[in-house]
Design a protein around this ligand. Sequence first.
Ligand code: GZL
Length: 331
Amino acid sequence: MSKASIPILLFISLSLVLSACAGGGGSGGYSDNEDERIIVLGFSQLGDESEWRTASTNDIKRAAASAGVQLMFDNAQQQQFNQIKAIRSFILKGVDVIAFCPIVEEGWDNVLEEARAANIPVIVVDREIKTERDDLYTAFIGSDFHREGVKAGEWMVERFADVEGPVRIAEISGTPDSSPTIGRYYGLREVLADNEKFEIVISVSGDFMRSKGRECMEQILLETPDIDILFAHNDDMALGAIEIMEEHGIIPGQDIVIVSVDAQPSGIEALIQGKINCLIECSPYVGDDLMALVFKIVYGLPFPENTFTETRVFTDQDDISTLPTRPGYRP
Ligand code: GZL
């Protein structure tokens, strides 16, 4: 398991040195200079549901341009069917490598069998998948979602150590059947299982979207008004919930403690304002590491089968100056 940290210079030099001996299953592309081969990457992005997703897309496009990789990009608008269609089109076009952010865990075996039959390697990015055979994709690069849920639970236990209880938790979860939702859901429960004072009194799905975060918070206030903690599976849903809290005269971060996942710029801003109390980082910035993987796979070099991003925790007790800057974000 390697950390996502391959410097971009590594594979630019790699591509310059190895440009004449590329392998790979696709026909790829060619530059003006006959012996210089341009690698073609087909990328299926699941949608544009959140700030995290936008950051993911922008980072992939930036990294491909920096690395001289020709990117065929498709936005599936949160439909698995569109992702499968896009992957099939990449196969027909004979790309060198296919990469995709799978919206849900299951339903990929057939199209991955087709890519395998076409001898086109597939990299799973961001979310994980479940397949009948474990050789249907070549590598994974993304985050450990179970660990994110565990970190959220550990922070809650620490923050409420001096509170007798019951501590009532409301959860706004992400896209059903997606690996981040499943991991965060069970990671939290694994930590709280042995701590009787914590009670998850309601869990509703907000599909990682700010608008649905609003709807979920309305439902939570209707059905279980006296909660102590809101655990949102991403910043967008947390921010939607905060809007509703404020419309109801509830002070977010004080009347209700808020824990969110992602730590994108808007989430960090809310942390600075004291509206969110704890952010569990989930980094979308894997573009450079993805391109390094693509080069290594195409040129037949050793590569890590699984690469996980770092999971840091930022809280309302942190020194603001230590909070991470993000592309385009300055505290
Ligand atoms: C996590 C990613 C999730 C983010 C959400 O890797 O798949 O999807 O946590 C995004 O913000 O919508």
